[in-house]
Design a protein around this ligand. Structure first.
Ligand SMILES: [Zn+2]
Length: 125
């Protein structure tokens, strides 16, 4: 007579290690709590990178936030340039196409507070 199948115990439903063993089959040991590998395949305490590993972060230039911020700024600049180009083409027929800055008037400390009228480009008035 065949033994009746036992109901699956929680112990048997726990996630398995799955690491490749020497014969090439997946390891069937239960994974250590909070890890994906068993105690023999890297699940031991003190092994592996800590959760939320910050070791790779040097300066934050390539974090997702920094990249998204740079893209946002680039898109804004692109939109500004497109708008400026469209206005130069339509409005200013004789407008200079060079990107050189106009010579800035000399400012005294007194006048540094209030913006000069020359500082505001024609398209922004
Ligand atoms: Zn294992």
């Amino acid at each position: 007579m065949r033994k009746p199948t036992l109901p699956a115990l929680p112990m048997h439903q726990s996630p398995r290690c799955g690491a490749r063993t020497r014969p090439g089959t997946p390891c069937r040991q239960p994974a250590v709590a909070g890890k994906v590998r068993c105690r023999m395949h890297g699940g031991t305490d003190g092994i592996g990178a800590p959760p939320g590993n910050q070791n790779a972060l040097r300066h934050g230039r390539y974090t997702a936030e920094a990249i998204a911020q740079r893209r946002e700024v680039a898109a804004l600049l692109r939109a500004c340039r497109e708008q400026l180009g469209a206005q130069q083409r339509s409005g200013g027929a004789g407008a200079p196409q060079t990107r050189q800055r106009a010579p800035q008037p000399q400012r005294s400390a007194f006048h540094a507070q209030a913006p000069l009228e020359d500082d505001v480009p024609e398209w922004a008035r």
